[in-house]
Design a protein around this ligand. Structure first.
Ligand code: SAH
Length: 370
């Protein structure tokens, strides 16, 4: 057989896709379960190491498929233990993945796109422009690398990762199918076996895709709200012009309508003098009436040349108290990993920008228009 065929990367196949793969080889579906376990649970990269498959079958698989992980370009640990990987993709782009250890859990923050198209004003990923969507293999590959790397380098055992949040670079709902397939693998008992409450997709509010997501996936949902009225949200999250707050809130109400004990997490970045007043808190309380939700206040993480500043701690505390007094479950997210640029909104990777937005942004900085 010719060697220049494009081999299938088995890393990117969820259980159903692996079953189809084996069906085409005229093999039984349970082969998919075995292989899924070898790749994700055991971390095997060599098809010939899959000892419960016959030698003939291993040879056949190896001819047409491979397990191709992502390459670590750079990694670093922050003073607080937060660990960041810069991962190089085969086309030279780089993405970032971050692990945040806490006492009772370990959260992995995973990217869904190279850059982002949404251009939220306070997010540095947006300023890098956009190159392309990640494949399923590149999304789940971040979990694969993180699990292996943590157990090798830090002496942590394999299951240090208890939670995954799709809160890295990119808008996951604009890369729908690969993100859903990768989350299937995160939840699969033969792979990472994470509970549906511990895998969270975060969206800036791609409303039609939110309705679609609830039909086919069980994962938890976070929404990047950041403003309690359309006028301000149009500026901070320009996607709001397409899907305004009324539509977004309808989609949030709908999301867990059949699961009375689940809440949508509302992310709200605290920007000094922009969205952090008592009036904004009151508007937010009104907006969230009848939406089963909890609020995560995120102190703004600065990046070079941004016009925004973080709200003072007392302002954040007061905002949180106002929400809590109105019966809203509100917490303030601790800033983690900021001394290595691994905090929310600081992930930039290395994006070969196709939108020319990063170029325009650099120019506007020079002319003082940013
Ligand atoms: N596109 C998705 C996934 C990104 S999640 C989304 O918007 O939800 C990353 C989270 O960090 C989002 O809530 C985002 O709004 C927030 N964020 C972005 N830049 C930030 C910054 N500079 N400081 C704090 N939070 C930021």
């Amino acid at each position: 057989m010719s060697t220049d065929i494009q081999k299938t990367n088995l890393l990117g196949l969820n259980r159903q896709a692996l079953r189809d793969f084996f069906l085409r080889l005229d093999e039984k579906p349970y082969r998919a379960d075995q292989v899924l376990k070898w790749i994700h649970f055991n971390g095997v990269q060599d098809i010939h190491a899959m000892s419960n498959l016959s030698k003939t079958l291993r040879d056949r698989i190896a001819e047409i498929a491979e397990i191709k992980p992502l390459e670590i370009a750079y990694e670093n640990t922050a003073l607080d233990g937060t660990h960041k990987w810069v991962l190089r993709l085969s086309d030279g782009n780089c993405i970032e993945t971050v692990f945040i250890p806490e006492k009772t859990r370990g959260t992995l923050c995973v990217s869904s796109q190279v850059g982002c198209t949404l251009n939220c004003d306070f997010c540095s990923t947006g300023k890098q422009g956009f190159n392309r969507n990640l494949t399923t293999a590149e999304i789940i590959g971040q979990v694969w690398v993180a699990v292996r790397s943590l157990s090798q380098n830090n002496g942590l055992h394999d299951h240090a990762i208890t939670n995954v949040v799709m809160m890295g670079m990119g808008e996951p709902l604009l890369n729908f199918d690969p993100v859903v397939s990768a989350m299937d693998i995160m939840l699969d008992d033969f792979a990472y076996g994470l509970s549906k409450r511990r895998v969270t997709l975060s969206t800036a509010g791609v409303v039609p895709a939110m309705y679609k997501l609830r039909e086919i996936s069980d994962v938890a949902l976070a929404v990047s709200l950041h403003a309690p009225n359309d006028e301000l949200r149009n500026v901070l999250v320009p996607l709001n012009k397409k899907y305004p707050l009324r539509e977004l809130m309808d989609a949030c109400r709908d999301f867990f309508k059949d699961e009375k004990r689940r809440y949508v997490t509302m992310e709200y970045v605290m920007l000094a003098g922009v969205n952090d007043s008592e009036m904004h808190a009151k508007q937010l309380i009104n907006l969230l009436k009848g939406v089963r939700s909890k609020v995560n206040l995120i102190p703004f993480n600065p990046f070079p040349n941004t016009i925004y500043k973080r709200s003072d701690d007392q302002v954040i505390a007061k905002f949180q108290q106002t929400l809590m007094d109105a019966g809203i479950n509100a917490i303030t997210r601790k800033t983690r990993g900021d001394n290595i640029d691994a905090a929310c909104g600081q992930l930039v990777g290395k994006v070969q920008d196709k939108t020319r937005r990063s170029l325009r942004y650099q120019k506007s900085l020079k002319t003082g228009l940013a």
